[in-house]
Design a protein around this ligand. Structure first.
Ligand SMILES: [Zn+2]
Ligand SMILES: [Zn+2]
Length: 574
């Protein structure tokens, strides 16, 4: 029995009593007991045994009895009484940021709100704002609190944020002469793997008109705030992303963009550097005394500090300022450098499109090669291919290739790494394929040693070209498996195996920091869209974003070659 557990009971008791508008003195005293127990360094059960509970601040005879009761029976009768007559959903309502017991009680009394669903409906219908002590702002805060509680996180996936930003930018740019510039800032511009709120920065002659258009766009689900030069809306989508727009003066666009792009750590470092040179930096510009020496373009600011423009993806205070100062910033890979995709599923396994459709879509995207990497036989849930079907598919791909002149379809496999580290298809068949990517899809819970051995064994296999989605994580849904990533990177360096950057926005894995580690050891990265439908081929740009955050240059990324130059196969051919 932990102190925390008992503390929670007392906190709940205080909430319930407050909700019921019972004795305020008791509410305060139970809340105090909860805090005391929470911070207590000794075991409350030991104190009870010694009979010294009442020595604790705020604990009197009656409270000591309740603690003893809980220690003996696991219940507190007073708490169970307090729960009576309170709708079950109220506990959840009390868990929403911005809703305390008093507010919950008022909402229940005035509007009969007894659950989060009812609360959301009332807020959306603007029925909360007219209640005493509440307003538009409270209503919006409550909606935001609900969103956070539902998604379990304040952050959204990168693709969701990008789509929300594009929707708003398209709308505003579609209005003649409204905005002269508009761009994402913040973590979205830095392409972090998850985003809090979408930050946009705009310039235009009539800020009020921009704010007006922004807050009345067809995408708006809710307007949280509409000021003179700043507004926040919640847009349609799942989860509903929050988009903040700020309108700035044209001659302060650069300094504002620099400031609002962050990261905070990067900006602190930059500010320190400016200070050392007797300069000051803010969202309004770079100043020497009262003289503004740079502000219109971001580049001007960095140049005035003797450095090249630092790409937003690098602005995490990971040595980029030092690199910019000594002229050693990497020449980052660009989306336009991409010539191929190493990871696509067709309707032969769990994809939705035929090989011909994939080839056509890849050609339209300007690719020179695309690898069909369907699942292997043991992944029956994904309609994995048996040996015979892999052989049939190789023939089919040969036929498709005969009809194409400017695109090469590669016969590949996303072969399953079985729990003992062996592969799911025989060696002679793997040797016949153009590209083999190996991945773990089962046994995620294995201990670290076992998982690491499995992946290292796959890397050591002579026919495995790429280890796909190395950590197995699904952002917000599944933690990475317990893998010694540095050991896998060393194995890849030793064997010439590439590591994948899986561009699926739920994966984005290998992650940026490890990309940098891999690069330092000469390991090549291969980006795979892992598309299960042709519309997802475009997601490869998200993989490029991870590569850029990982300081990768064009040469580090195998997709930038017009032909798939896989290190192991080349070594074999040489
Ligand atoms: Zn996979
Ligand atoms: Zn896949």
């Amino acid at each position: 029995m932990t102190n925390k557990e008992i503390a929670q009971r007392f906190a709940e008791l205080a909430d319930l009593l407050e909700f019921k508008d019972e004795n305020a003195f008791k509410v305060r005293s139970y809340r105090r007991v909860a805090r005391v127990l929470e911070d207590l360094s000794e075991d409350v059960a030991e104190l009870a045994e010694k009979g010294t509970l009442e020595d604790l601040p705020g604990v009197g005879e009656a409270t000591a009895k309740k603690i003893a009761e809980y220690l003996e029976t696991g219940r507190i009768r007073r708490l169970e009484e307090a729960r009576e007559g309170v709708p079950e959903g109220i506990a959840e309502v009390l868990g929403i940021q911005g809703v305390g017991p008093k507010k919950a009680a008022m909402l229940f009394k005035e509007l009969g709100i007894g659950s989060v669903d009812e609360l959301e409906e009332a807020a959306r219908e603007h029925r909360l704002r007219d209640l005493p002590g509440m307003g538009e702002k409270t209503e919006q805060n409550i909606l935001r609190g609900i969103r956070i509680a539902r998604s379990g996180t304040e952050r959204m996936r990168l693709d969701v944020a990008l789509d929300a930003a594009a929707m708003v930018i398209d709308h505003l740019e579609g209005k003649q002469g409204l905005v002269s510039r508009i761009t994402p800032a913040g973590s979205l511009r830095r392409r972090r793997e998850t985003i809090g709120d979408v930050d946009l920065l705009a310039v235009g002659d009539d800020p009020a008109a921009i704010i007006d258009e922004f807050t009345s766009g067809p995408y708006v689900a809710d307007v949280l705030l509409a000021g003179e030069t700043k507004a926040s809306v919640v847009v349609e989508g799942d989860p509903h992303p929050q988009v903040d727009l700020r309108v700035v003066d044209a001659d302060e666009f650069g300094s504002a963009l620099q400031y609002f792009t962050g990261s905070q750590a990067h900006n602190i470092n930059l500010r320190g550097l400016a200070k050392k040179r007797g300069m000051k930096i803010s969202e309004y510009g770079l100043f020497e005394g009262d003289d503004r020496i740079a502000s219109a373009e971001e580049e001007d600011i960095y140049r005035a500090l003797d450095m090249a423009l630092i790409p937003p993806e690098l602005r995490e205070d990971q040595g980029e300022i030092e690199a910019a100062l000594d002229g050693s910033l990497p020449d980052l890979v660009e989306p336009d450098d991409i010539r191929g995709d190493f990871h696509v599923h067709s309707d032969w396994s769990d994809g939705r499109n035929t090989i011909e459709e994939i080839a056509e879509a890849a050609r339209e995207r300007g690719l020179r090669f695309v690898a069909i990497t369907d699942h292997s036989r043991s992944l029956t849930v994904a309609n994995g291919l048996t040996e015979e079907r892999v052989r049939e598919q190789i023939e089919q791909i040969e036929r498709v290739n005969r009809s194409l002149s400017d695109l090469q379809v590669l016969a590949g496999s996303e072969v399953d790494i079985r729990s003992d580290g062996s592969l799911d298809l025989p060696d002679d068949l793997l040797a016949e394929l153009d590209v083999v990517i190996a991945a773990i899809h089962t046994g995620f819970k294995q201990p670290r040693r076992q998982i690491t051995d499995r992946l290292v064994a796959a890397a050591e296999h002579p026919h495995v070209d790429i280890i796909a989605h190395p950590s197995g994580r699904l952002i917000g849904r599944r933690d990475p498996y317990d893998l010694d990533v540095p050991e896998l990177i060393r194995a890849c360096a030793r064997t010439g195996t590439a590591l994948e950057i899986n561009a699926n926005p739920e994966r984005l894995d290998l992650t940026d920091g490890y990309c940098r580690m891999a690069r330092a050891q000469g390991v090549r990265l291969a980006i795979g869209s892992d598309a299960h439908g042709v519309e997802a081929l475009r997601l490869i740009d998200l993989g490029v974003a991870v590569a850029r955050r990982g300081w990768l240059e064009k040469d580090d990324v195998l997709n930038t070659r017009p032909e798939p130059q896989l290190p192991k196969r080349q070594a074999g051919e040489a």
